[in-house]
Ligand binder design. Structure first.
Ligand code: SAM
Length: 269
């Protein structure tokens, strides 16, 4: 059990159970096969490159990243951007952007303990990236927590919205290459939050979904949290395959496409 999701005055009743096979049993050769399959399915620039394009295009004043690991994705931020990184076990390798604070704790504990607006020094974040615990219900919680600090021109990015196969998108991790069932968040938001705009960039290894028109006053997801968890946790990769039409639209991983997609997401009509 990991913990609880905390909202204003209401706690979710869902316990998050993480099941991970002993990493020493993961198959090294299978990782190479998965990487080759992913680069064949989603060729071209990977998500680190795409993240750096999004930063260049948006030039966000503030950036929040949930799940920083070695700091590789956080390093896509510009020197002038104020950054907050959240990770219970950060293993940062190399320098981070100069105005960065790292909080070594889970995202639930962070949002329970801190007011993100106070940490940032402004009411809203400009850009955020959800890449922490790779289970649907945690990604949903992370989205809910972040949205409370969003403005009309903010964007939340969620990683791993284009899963490779059944094994690597299973809720129980058994492989090096792993995206978990976070793809369900894109499906869920598209179905349940018609007010949002969502576009997925077809970048390797497993896609990057950008979400705009965020509404800090929306309580749709909080009110239906337990119902959403029950419904979406039950899905698996076969549902992803059969519901591809219900997933967000996708664009290619070129700078021009990302620029145009970002402009569309932020266009105020
Ligand atoms: C896939 S790695 C992040 C990779 C990084 N964003 C990148 O692209 O280089 C996932 C990270 O999420 C962290 N994590 C796991 N559970 C978390 C939680 N509840 N809250 C925040 N981070 C979490 C892990 O410690 C790990 O470092």
């Amino acid at each position: 059990m990991l913990g609880w999701g905390f909202f204003d005055g209401a706690a979710s009743s869902v316990d998050i159970v993480i099941t991970v096979a002993d990493p020493s049993t993961y198959d090294d050769a299978l990782r190479e096969i998965h990487l080759a399959q992913a680069s064949s399915a989603l060729p071209g620039p990977d998500y680190y490159t795409v993240l750096s394009w999004v930063h260049q295009i948006m030039r966000p004043a503030t950036y929040v990243e949930i799940g920083i690991r070695h700091g590789d994705s956080l390093r896509a931020a510009l020197p002038e951007t104020k950054c907050v990184g959240i990770d219970p076990e950060p293993t940062v390798e190399g320098p981070l952007p100069p105005d960065t604070r790292v909080f070594a704790m889970t995202s639930d504990i962070f949002f329970q303990s801190y007011d993100l607006a106070e940490v940032l020094g402004v009411k809203n974040f400009s850009l955020a990236f959800v890449d922490g615990l790779h289970l649907f219900e945690q990604a949903l919680l992370d989205f809910i927590h972040l949205e409370r600090f969003a403005a009309r021109q903010s964007i939340i990015m969620i990683h791993d919205s284009l899963p490779l196969d059944r094994t690597t998108s299973d809720r129980v991790r058994t492989t090096h290459f792993y995206s978990g069932d976070v793809w369900k968040l894109a499906l869920c938001l598209k179905a349940r939050r018609k007010d949002l705009r969502l576009t997925t960039i077809r970048t390797g290894p497993t896609g990057l979904c950008l979400i705009s028109r965020l509404d800090p006053d929306s309580d749709v997801l909080v009110r239906s949290f337990d119902e959403l968890v029950a419904e979406y946790v039950a899905l698996d990769f076969r549902d992803y395959q059969s519901r591809s039409q219900q997933m967000p639209d996708t664009v290619e991983n070129s700078f021009a496409a990302v620029q145009s997609c970002t402009a569309g997401l932020l266009h105020d009509t």
